[in-house]
Design a binder for this molecule. Structure first.
Ligand SMILES: [Zn+2]
Length: 342
């Protein structure tokens, strides 16, 4: 098998119009108003109802497409359950709305559900001092800190509430859908407890953002867990998927096209990160701040809108190297962290 992903469905479906990609599995595209202009959702058909995986963003465009689609789905049978891969707004923005509208049960991992509820809480308060310290330690200027303060809590505006109750997804749990077993496989690093759905009988993996064909998912340290090591979690999750998935698995990702070639794709994701880790390490012969890493890791200049993601990703590389005992950190009198090779 070649190392390049193979794309058996090169033409994405029209927005809001489901297209079958495996027996009882439908691909649904919804718009995103960003440079990344779409998200893929998945519909699983059973004799007595539908299971939906992810919802799209809380936008009028997406809600309108769902309203057109819902009668089509429930004419024949109801939406039984909504499964959320993870808590990012493009995935669960309409979860509360859709569950209310359809009567579907809501399923999510505990880590994702609780984390999302906490972030929604943040939209009712000001940035805490600890978060400011975290970004000051990274080397933010006063102007950048003010930008962060002004955007704090913005997560809530991208989500139309969350269902007040949930059913817990667990690693290794199985759903029988249309007479076939779908296993929940958890991943970490991109979000706290990300669920993928694997159906060995169909040879299909619904991968969420845990495995994408062309984009490398953001892996960030966040102020709520300032000493976290999500990059090692991410690399471990890639290895785990590699050991679990048969070579010819059809991967259904949240962004981009369905593809085959999961194993070489996982390998190249691991290698890209290992390469960046090496670059960071080599550049830390002279002490560096978090913000000094941006030109090493990112191809284009980091503007304010990308600042938090770039900082989180840079912290992630540094913490991974520290956990491997290859870097040491010292805080200066201004509270700024400096990282140096040991
Ligand atoms: Zn995501």
């Amino acid at each position: 098998m070649s190392n390049r992903p193979q794309y058996p469905f090169p033409q994405p479906p029209e927005l809001g119009k489901p297209q079958q990609v495996a027996e009882g599995v439908y691909w649904l595209r919804m718009p995103l108003p960003f440079r990344l202009d779409h998200i893929n959702l998945w519909l699983l058909e059973e004799d007595d109802g539908w299971t939906i995986v992810d919802t799209g963003l809380a936008s009028d465009d997406t809600a309108e497409l769902w309203l057109k689609l819902c009668p089509l789905l429930s004419d024949s049978k109801p939406i039984k359950r909504l499964i959320a891969t993870h808590m990012h707004p493009d995935h669960i923005g309409l979860a509360a709305w859709l569950c209310r509208h359809s009567g579907a049960e809501f399923w999510m991992s505990r880590g994702e559900y609780m984390h999302c509820r906490i972030l929604l809480e943040d939209s009712t308060r000001e940035a805490p001092e600890e978060a400011i310290d975290f970004y000051q330690a990274a080397g933010f200027s006063e102007e950048q800190l003010n930008y962060y303060r002004s955007r704090f809590g913005g997560f809530g505006s991208m989500i139309r509430g969350m269902p007040s109750i949930y059913n817990r997804l667990r690693d290794g749990q199985t759903f029988s859908i249309n007479g076939r077993d779908w296993h929940i496989v958890m991943g970490e690093g991109h979000s706290p407890e990300h669920a993928c759905l694997h159906c060995p009988e169909l040879g299909v993996l619904i991968s969420g953002d845990q495995l994408l064909p062309t984009i490398s998912s953001n892996v960030s340290v966040w102020p709520i867990e300032p000493a976290g090591n999500p990059l090692q979690d991410w690399i471990d999750s890639c290895h785990r998927l590699q050991s679990l998935l048969p070579e010819d698995t059809l991967v259904l990702p949240s962004h981009g096209l369905p593809f085959r070639g999961a194993l070489p794709r996982l390998q190249s994701l691991i290698e890209e990160h290992e390469k960046d880790l090496q670059i960071v390490l080599e550049n830390c012969d002279e002490p560096k701040r978090v913000v000094d890493l941006f030109p090493l890791i990112f191809k284009s200049p980091v503007g304010n809108s990308m600042l938090v993601l770039a900082t989180g990703e840079s912290y992630a590389h540094l913490h991974c190297l520290m956990a491997r005992d290859q870097l040491a950190m010292e805080k200066d009198a201004n509270g700024v962290n400096w990282y140096r090779r040991v």
